[in-house]
Design a protein around this ligand. Structure first.
Ligand SMILES: Cc1cc2nc3c(=O)[nH]c(=O)nc-3n(C[C@H](O)[C@H](O)[C@H](O)COP(=O)(O)OP(=O)(O)OC[C@H]3O[C@@H](n4cnc5c(N)ncnc54)[C@H](O)[C@@H]3O)c2cc1C
Length: 488
């Protein structure tokens, strides 16, 4: 966990109201000139000022904001460069098209966020997003029936992605040494010489003018695009090797007015290879609205038109989604997102990784969002960034730390997703998928198993907990037939 510098105020602070769009950058002369539009007196005592001078974070999305939070304890100045125009509201923006879709924050992610930004959970509660018990507030229809209604001890909050990002952004931009320059599109990394060994800054465009900004460290948090590989190649480094597994999942999401009348916070139908192709999630979010996502795997897609959306909901093995749609008013049209493959850039394996450069978040590893891991992994990487800076290790060592965070969520996501693909699967993921399927079949009938499973799903305990002798015995017992399909 990052410990803020003594005297640094990390408590939530609203952005200056007279300056809702925190943009502007007049020169390319370096850190002193960037982001001067958010005038905030430094509250860090001079004797305790961080030693390193300037860090740049490319991308002010979820991972970029949290990275800036971690860097603020170690650099005199942290500059976030963001291509979108950023306002102080919880608005959707082009640079994060996934924001239209439900974002489910695992408990491990929520606790990590709280460690990085103390007080966030309480402030969200005050803003009308209470912490609820996962097993009581959220229930899922598995191929074998409904998850039990039970207390799990796992605390969750249900809110939209733009609202969560707004709350985080306000807190991070209130830090005295963090500034944001929006409207800045980075298009390259600055290196020197024919055989470069380090990255010394970035180049890009602001208001049509070419800029180059120097930094001691550049953190790439530019999300899911291919830019990192292109930037590395242009700067004289090899593009990183990648691993990918694509279950061809597609989300179609629409925002509705009104929470469900019977008080639940989230209901879902889960897809599971090879037979259960269709899934859905209804998630109650802030301001009395619900996000309804209808999803398909292995190439199956829910239509975006009204009739197609309704009939997809009616095809699901439970009627709760179709019933909700019939009785609630849509506030937006339906939007589809299809690029959901898992992709890991294996930076920790690169022999010639440059100093002065690290990558986090989706720029490093994308997960199929159906497992809700991306936000949590990005938050854990921000913590790792802080620990790495404390120890003054090499940038390659940071990428190894980040890889250790990714390994288990990657295994969990891909062992299920490989079962959807035509790729020849290795024995371990095949066995994991088979074993998980046995456990999932038992969950509707077994409270203890469900609680253990939920703790693994929320990344509170290692998946090894599901290999405990008692659990193993449950998996190997004859399977419950027929599956329980009792509506909640
Ligand atoms: C449909 C969908 C649903 C999801 N649901 C969940 C969920 O339920 N739970 C969960 O944990 N995760 C979920 N995720 C994953 C989650 O959205 C990502 O893991 C998370 O956003 C990663 O944060 P990031 O900062 O790396 O990328 P982003 O949040 O995408 O931010 C990248 C930022 O970089 C900026 N940028 C890009 N290029 C440049 C450039 N050249 N110059 C300057 N700025 C640039 C972009 O404008 C953007 O602001 C979902 C993803 C999708 C696609």
């Amino acid at each position: 966990m990052t410990t803020p510098q003594a005297g640094a105020d990390t408590s939530p602070q609203p952005l200056p109201s007279e300056n809702p769009s925190v943009r502007g950058c007049d020169t390319d002369a370096g850190p002193g000139s960037v982001g001067a539009h958010v005038p905030q007196p430094s509250r860090i005592p001079a004797a305790e000022k961080p030693r390193r001078e300037h860090a740049i974070v490319i991308g002010a999305g979820f991972a970029g904001l949290l990275a800036a939070r971690a860097l603020a304890d170690h650099f005199g100045q942290v500059t976030l460069l963001e291509r979108d125009t950023i306002t102080d509201d919880a608005a959707f923006r082009r640079g994060t098209p996934q924001s239209h879709h439900a974002h489910y924050l695992l408990e491990r992610g929520a606790l990590t966020l709280e460690a990085l930004l103390p007080g966030l959970r309480g402030d969200l509660t005050t803003a009308g997003v209470p912490v609820q018990d996962f097993g009581e507030a959220m229930r899922f229809f598995l191929p074998s029936g409904w998850t039990p209604l039970t207390t799990t001890g796992i605390g969750v909050q249900s809110l939209s992605r733009p609202f969560l990002e707004q709350q985080i952004r306000r807190r991070v931009l209130a830090l005295p040494n963090v500034t944001l320059t929006d409207g800045f599109r980075v298009d390259g990394l600055v290196s020197h010489g024919p055989e470069p060994t380090s990255i010394r800054g970035v180049r890009g465009h602001l208001d049509g003018t070419r800029k180059e900004i120097g930094a001691d460290l550049v953190v790439v948090a530019a999300g899911r695009g291919p830019q990192l590989s292109t930037w590395l190649t242009t700067a004289g480094f090899s593009p990183p090797r990648e691993r990918s597994v694509d279950a061809q999942v597609a989300y179609t999401t629409r925002l509705f007015e009104g929470h469900p009348e019977d008080g639940w916070t989230a209901r879902g139908v889960l897809a599971y290879a090879p037979h259960a192709h269709r899934a859905c999630g209804i998630v109650a979010v802030e301001h009395g609205r619900c996000l309804v996502t209808l999803a398909g795997a292995a190439g199956e897609k829910c239509p975006v038109d009204d009739t197609g959306f309704q009939s997809f909901a009616e095809s699901l093995p439970d009627t709760f989604a179709a019933d909700y749609l019939k009785t609630h008013r849509p506030l937006t049209s339906a939007r589809r997102f299809v690029d959901h493959g898992n992709r890991w850039r294996l930076l920790h394996r690169e022999r010639t990784w440059p100093s002065g450069l690290v990558a986090v978040g989706d720029a490093l590893c994308l997960f199929n969002p159906i497992y809700g891991q991306g936000l949590t992994v990005a938050a854990l990487q921000a913590q790792a960034l802080a620990a790495w800076l404390e120890r003054h290790e090499s940038t390659r060592q940071f990428q190894r730390r980040a890889a250790r965070i990714i390994r288990i969520p990657w295994l969990m996501a891909t062992s299920s997703d490989l079962a959807w693909t035509t790729k020849r699967t290795q024995v371990l993921p095949r066995a994991a998928h088979w074993y998980l399927g046995r456990l999932i079949n038992r969950i509707p009938h077994d409270l203890d198993l469900y609680r253990r499973f939920a703790r693994v799903q929320h990344m509170r305990t290692s998946p090894m907990a599901l290999l405990a002798p008692t659990v193993l015995a449950k998996a190997l017992r004859p399977q419950p037939i027929p599956p329980a399909q009792v509506a909640p």
